[in-house]
Write a protein that binds this ligand. Sequence first.
Ligand code: KG4
Ligand code: ZN
Length: 328
Amino acid sequence: MVTLGIETSCDETSCAVLDGYSVLSNVTVSSLKEHRKYGGVVPEIATRSHLRNIDKVLGEACERASLSLGRIDLIAVTVRPGLIGSLLIGVNFAKSLSFALGRPLIGINHLHAHAFAPFLNGKEKLDFPLLGLVISGGHTEIYRIEDFNKIKILGRTRDDACGEVFDKVAKYYGLGYPGGPVIDRLFNERYKREFKFKCGKIGYDLSFSGIKTALIYKKKEMEERSELTAGIKKRLLSSFQYTALEKVIQTVLEAVDRTGIKRVACGGGVVANKYLRKRFGEKREKADFLLSPLEYTGDNAAMVAGLGFYLYNKKGLHDNLDLKAGTE
Ligand code: KG4
Ligand code: ZN
């Protein structure tokens, strides 16, 4: 069965073609460069970019998969959460295709799709229950996944998302956007405890805004004392990354202990982080961390198509042309 996935929730326009869970093509065009000078995603720019690119991205995805549109059996599109203008482009494009081709349409939750990324290409076995960890630029959530149509949120951030804090701290330190990959590259384990920072936690809920403020004040303090050298920046940011990611790791391990569920599906942009991947590798005696392959950590349509195929094929779910986009 051939599934077409469409993803436009934020600044990536992506289309993917899957045969079952095998990814035949996954084509993504990002408007990242256009947002850089503003230090974050500008919704209107993202929306216009989707509109300009979506039909080309679809054409390229079909070409790389060596398939014509007529071969598509199912269409899966991200319906929430995300920027409403961006979502509407993907959803309406998908509805038009579904109507024109006479193929079923399924609406997908973007965050659940991130948690599905480890299962693409049959890399991991779909056994339940699972825990889920999604850490991205807009979200930080821990799930209990009884099945992909029965997901309960155990914890989430109470303020900024984990990736968002990387982006904001990097912006304040003059390192550009997006900040996650830059801080990841600067990180040196030798300096991870050089500065003491803290992150908030209530149950499985997390809070990152306090550490962001602490990093901002620390920078001001160092500047006033003329001590903010490149070396000090590196030490501060290494301590920041260590504290923020360890809080996530600790919270997930607590969920593993309390629920007794030992398989954790991890996805979202921050899962690309080298230190995080290494730490999850080291913790394998406690739990099996099913990490999204690097190429599917960021926003992509392959994860949307994969989850769409699963829900349609195994759970009998599908939507109609009344499907609505939503920000939450
Ligand atoms: O999942 P994603 O591509 O988009 C959203 O759905 O938000 O995640 C983007 C986020 C950004 O905040 C980016 O800074 C962060 O993921 N990110 C990273 C790394 N690569 C991307 N954070 C830490 N380390 C990385 N290597
Ligand atoms: Zn995402």
